[in-house]
Write a protein that binds this ligand. Structure first.
Ligand SMILES: Cc1cc2nc3c(=O)[nH]c(=O)nc-3n(C[C@H](O)[C@H](O)[C@H](O)COP(=O)(O)OP(=O)(O)OC[C@H]3O[C@@H](n4cnc5c(N)ncnc54)[C@H](O)[C@@H]3O)c2cc1C
Length: 469
């Protein structure tokens, strides 16, 4: 028997690929601790619409999500956002994102300085020093802040790069590593003879899209991103894969008889013990660490070093009359330096045509990031009240929300520190000695949905080739 532990998108992709590689469905099981599949992918109902409490879109630069959709029988259901430009809140009001940037980092310094009203005059002047300061030495890897601050100063990092790049990971650029999170910056700077980071980036900036070209490289499903999860689950079940929901994997032991998976349970209802020929762990690093604490101590200890940020996603419906001016763009980023609970707002009903409502707007409001768990000490009512009060200030609202729902993600997003990839390689190296145990998912090879699908697919390929080769 082969087991995939974790029914998030990584585990789903792994199970699908094992079938593709010829593993018999009778020999395959998928074990998920929750009562439903999908992990962080969670679409919830509001005002008759399916709104996302987890990811709300995936990048379409790779075909991994579309390929998976096709494999499970989904066709043309993909929809694209109609807007993808977030404003930035700073010093009492919203500013448009400056021009001439990549990942929040200036590429064209002249264009950037002319359009960066979001920065203070001193912050703009400091950014100009990038072109004259001596080259920043980088040994192997460093935090994103280390490079950005040395070139453009603290304000560019805190007001632009941290909300844009750190925001994707609910992290902080003072913690996140260049190589794993922003490899474009590191590679471009290392490979360039220029001391200026902006000049180094010019060579790698994607070409300007042709006018009229599809410029928004994101997609989702009008029926909710969990459409992909439901279709995959049906596909696996229809082929006879054993899907165990509400079943938490507790330990993996590696004795003389080979690998054994113990499911949770207590007393006389002791969980099932399953002998395995191989297993793919598609679960967050702390869960994997606990599961492997007996069978692979060294890997388990290393897995514990991967930190996570917690996030609360509050979906709110506001009457249109609450807005002094019609909403424009796809959202608002709120830099950490101003001390708000709210980290970002997606204008869901502006961003997605299928979420249009005649009299209301739907907002997705994020709170919480690495190092800021204030929301965790508030119950839902208090959190929603605090958020509504902040939105009144941030967005100049005239009324409170008509309804709100909060979804809490403990262990929402892993934090890739410098040398993360070396850590992951070392964990996988330890596991290679243990036998047929593979790791995949957001903790290792990228946090975005496409990266998770690729990670699950690759883990399945490795396991299948180990078992058959
Ligand atoms: C709020 C939020 C917004 C995001 N926005 C985006 C976005 O817009 N675009 C994007 O591309 N990505 C986004 N992401 C990231 C992306 O959604 C996740 O990284 C990805 O979905 C993780 O998938 P996964 O399968 O690796 O892990 P998970 O989804 O965490 O799945 C792991 C599964 O394993 C199960 N599990 C854990 N332990 C055990 C155990 N012992 N036994 C059995 N089962 C277990 C869990 O219950 C869970 O279902 C967002 C994430 C969050 C939290």
């Amino acid at each position: 028997m082969l087991a995939v532990v974790g029914g998030g998108i990584s585990g789903i992709a792994a199970a699908l690929e094992l079938l593709e590689k010829g593993i018999s469905p009778d020999e395959l099981m998928l074990v998920e601790a929750q009562d439903s599949m999908g992990g962080k992918i969670r679409s919830i109902e509001m005002a008759g619409k399916r709104v996302e409490a987890g990811p709300d879109a995936f990048l379409t630069r790779t075909t991994a999500p579309a390929d998976l959709a096709t494999r499970v029988g989904l066709g043309d259901e993909l929809v694209r956002p109609r807007s993808f430009s977030a404003a930035i809140w700073a010093r009492g009001k919203q500013y448009p994102s400056p021009e001439g940037i990549m990942l929040g980092v200036p590429v064209s310094v002249g264009q950037f300085v002319r359009t960066s009203a979001v920065l203070s005059p001193l912050g703009r002047l400091r950014a100009l020093l990038d072109v004259v300061l001596p080259k920043t030495p980088l040994a192997g890897d460093a935090t994103i802040s280390h490079l950005v601050r040395s070139r453009f100063g603290r304000e560019v990092d805190e007001v632009l790069v941290d909300p844009m790049v750190g925001g994707i990971n609910a992290g902080s650029t003072t913690v996140l590593g260049l190589r794993a999170v922003a490899p474009q910056l590191l590679e471009a700077y290392k490979n360039s003879g220029a001391r200026s980071l902006a000049r180094s980036l010019v060579a790698v900036v994607p070409p300007r899209p042709q006018p009229g070209a599809r410029t928004i490289p994101f997609a989702s499903f009008a029926t909710g991103l969990d459409t992909l999860v439901r279709a995959s689950e049906e596909y696996l079940a229809a082929r006879g894969v054993r899907i165990l929901k509400g079943a938490r994997a507790e330990t993996i032991s590696n004795g003389r008889g080979g690998l054994t998976l113990q499911l949770a349970g207590s007393g006389r209802k002791r969980g099932e013990r399953i002998a395995l020929a191989g297993v793919i762990l598609a679960i967050p690093a702390p869960s994997a660490a606990a599961l492997l604490s007996e069978a692979a101590r060294s890997a388990s200890a290393k897995l514990e070093r991967i930190d996570y940020a917690d996030v609360a996603m509050t979906v709110m419906r506001y009457p249109k009359s609450a807005f002094a001016e019609p909403l424009r763009g796809s959202g608002l980023l709120v830099p950490r330096r101003f001390g708000h609970l709210v980290t970002a707002v997606t204008f869901a009903s502006r961003k997605w045509e299928h979420l249009d409502l005649p009299d209301s707007e739907l907002l997705r409001v994020s709170a919480g990031r690495f190092g800021d768990r204030r929301f965790a000490h508030m119950d839902d009512t208090t959190l929603q009240r605090e958020i509504a009060a902040e939105l009144t200030e941030l967005m100049d609202l005239r009324q409170g929300p008509a309804e709100a729902t909060t979804w809490r993600w403990q262990g929402a997003l892993p934090q890739y520190r410098p040398f993360h990839m070396e850590l992951v390689a070392s964990i996988r190296g330890d596991l290679a000695e243990t036998g047929a145990v593979e790791l995949c998912g957001a903790a290792y090879d990228g946090v975005g949905v496409p990266a998770c699908i690729a990670s699950g697919t690759e883990a399945a390929k490795r396991l299948a080739s180990r078992l058959t080769g």
